[in-house]
Design a protein around this ligand. Structure first.
Ligand code: AVJ
Length: 321
């Protein structure tokens, strides 16, 4: 069954628009210039991310799915019955299907939470059609802010499902705060979370600067979105995508680098770029299992167990509140 989609601002055709504007202006005024990665996911951005997951060099999605598929039975055994599964940043909702298939009727309610409203509505409809005995209760929200899990859910064991290493987009301290807040707000008992491990620079950079150019398009779409929604004047031909490994912080950074000195307008304000200056649009932090367990521990999560794929490229952790 499908419950109505809950939203922060039900009548607003463009929810988050004010947040988008103020966040972009603030990031462009900062030095170095930055943008929050969540703005990469407008309708086109969400599609481009789906395409990234199909690219040969982007291993995280595929390797995480093999862990989910190979360990499904074990995971099911750890989680128990009458599960309310809450997924922040549900996206296309492919991974959750592995889990739902493995868990059989153990999941009674699925609560996908996402900022990409159109994709979320579609996901709600398709998942509810595929799993008719389960209640699907979508929530349109930016999970980095406060969001409300629908109040009228049947009782059950609340499990947070946070795959994809999405948590890697946040600075470690912020990630820890977010995991704490998610635990408190969702009153979850367990957390099943995907974490990308650190590995050699070549493989990491190839994952974020793929030969097909899909990641470049995904990154540059931010400029397209700013032009469209905030009256921006970015010339996309004068910026290029760059993926940089930052070994000191164990992360891959995505940048949009200006190819020349130029001035750009956004919402009537002018921002100047010198040649080679970039907007830092995303970081993807990589953690060893032990490093991640320490981070999660600071958020009040106790490590239970974790699994890796057979190549050791990606890890899936189970933690308890
Ligand atoms: C969806 C945040 C996990 O950081 O690997 C993929 C996003 N950016 N390629 C990641 C992304 C560039 C992805 N996450």
């Amino acid at each position: 069954a499908l419950a109505g989609t809950a939203a922060d601002s039900q009548d607003d055709p463009l929810p988050f628009q004010d947040d988008f504007a103020s966040s972009v202006l603030e990031g462009l005024s900062a030095s170095p210039k930055t943008a929050e990665p969540k703005w990469l996911y407008d309708a086109l951005g969400a599609k481009l991310f789906e395409a990234i997951c199909e690219v040969d060099t982007y291993y995280p999605t595929r390797n995480e799915m093999t862990v989910l598929a190979d360990r499904a039975g074990e995971i099911a055994g750890h989680l128990g019955n009458d599960i309310i599964l809450i997924e922040p940043g549900s996206g296309e909702g492919i991974k959750v299907r592995y889990l739902l298939d493995a868990l059989g009727g153990q999941v009674t309610v699925y609560v996908p939470v996402d900022i990409a409203a159109e994709q979320l509505v579609y996901l709600g409809e398709t998942i509810s059609a595929a799993y008719p005995d389960m209640l699907v209760a979508p929530v349109v929200a930016d999970f980095t802010g406060t969001f409300e899990i629908p109040a009228d859910l049947p009782p059950g064991r609340r499990v947070l499902f946070f795959p994809g290493s999405t948590i890697g987009n946040f600075e470690p301290e912020v990630a820890s705060e977010l995991l704490k807040r998610l635990r408190e707000e969702s009153r979850a008992d367990a957390l099943l979370i995907g974490i990308d491990t650190c590995k050699d620079e070549d493989r990491l950079v190839a994952a974020y600067d793929d030969p097909v150019g899909v990641t470049a398009a995904f990154n540059k779409n931010l400029l397209n979105r700013i032009n469209r929604e905030l009256d921006g004047t970015f010339d996309l031909d004068t910026f290029h995508h760059e993926a940089r490994f930052n070994p000191d912080r164990s992360r891959v950074e995505m940048h949009l680098v200006s190819d020349r000195d130029q001035t750009v307008e956004v919402w009537g304000r002018r921002f100047s770029f010198s040649q080679g200056e970039s907007i830092h649009t995303e970081s993807s932090h990589k953690y060893s299992p032990e490093e991640f367990q320490v981070l999660a521990g600071r958020a009040g999560w106790r490590p239970d167990t974790y699994w890796k794929d057979s190549d050791g490229l990606f890890s899936l952790h189970l933690l308890k509140a």
